[in-house]
Design a protein around this ligand. Sequence first.
Ligand code: SAH
Length: 222
Amino acid sequence: MTNTRPIDSYRHNGLRKLLIRSIREKGILDENVLTAMEKVPRHFFFDSSFLEYAYEDKPFPIGAGQTISQPYTVAYQTELLRIEKGDRVLEIGTGSGYQACILAEMGARVFTIERQKTLFDKTSKFLITLGYNTIKTFYGDGYKGLKAFAPYDKMIVTAAAPYIPDILLDQLRVGGILVIPVGESDTQIMTTIIKTSVISFDKKEHGAFRFVPMLCDRAKEK
Ligand code: SAH
């Protein structure tokens, strides 16, 4: 990540097309998800020495012990969100900002929370450099959600949650969808919750994925 807008080359564009084709072959059907992923240059979110890894369908370290999710995982979670233009979406776990950009490209109004200050600062600046001025970044603890801007149409948690926090469900509008990987072991079960009324929820479990843990409180600065 740099302070100047990075360059999207013909070669990167080609690699990205191949990546999107492979994600489509793995079963992602939502054309809006695929189009957004074809638009956002994933290599922008990598340090220049690792650019060659940006178009492999793998997660990658982004520093501070965190990772940018595997492209297929980003596509899978985003598809489950059934994004519509204008949706207010809360993301827990800003990380590199890549997922937030995919949502913004799909016309969502994105609010995203990160608990690590250094990462928060770096990503917030970078998103502005890239021109994603509509993505609102917050330094805080995702377990508390973001009451000031609730209710949300959709919520996405991009870290492994040991359980589904009630506060997030409170901040979801009736009819809204929460996508969250749940589990404390090596892998987590991707779970969707649809809020059917103020007190009732429809829960569905999907495949197993691997995320870094969703940790409590803001990280202590070293
Ligand atoms: N969505 C990111 C990937 C996130 S990795 C991307 O596209 O790059 C998970 C992120 O969640 C990490 O940056 C981690 O610091 C953050 N995180 C973990 N627990 C959190 C919490 N309670 N609140 C907010 N962020 C949290």
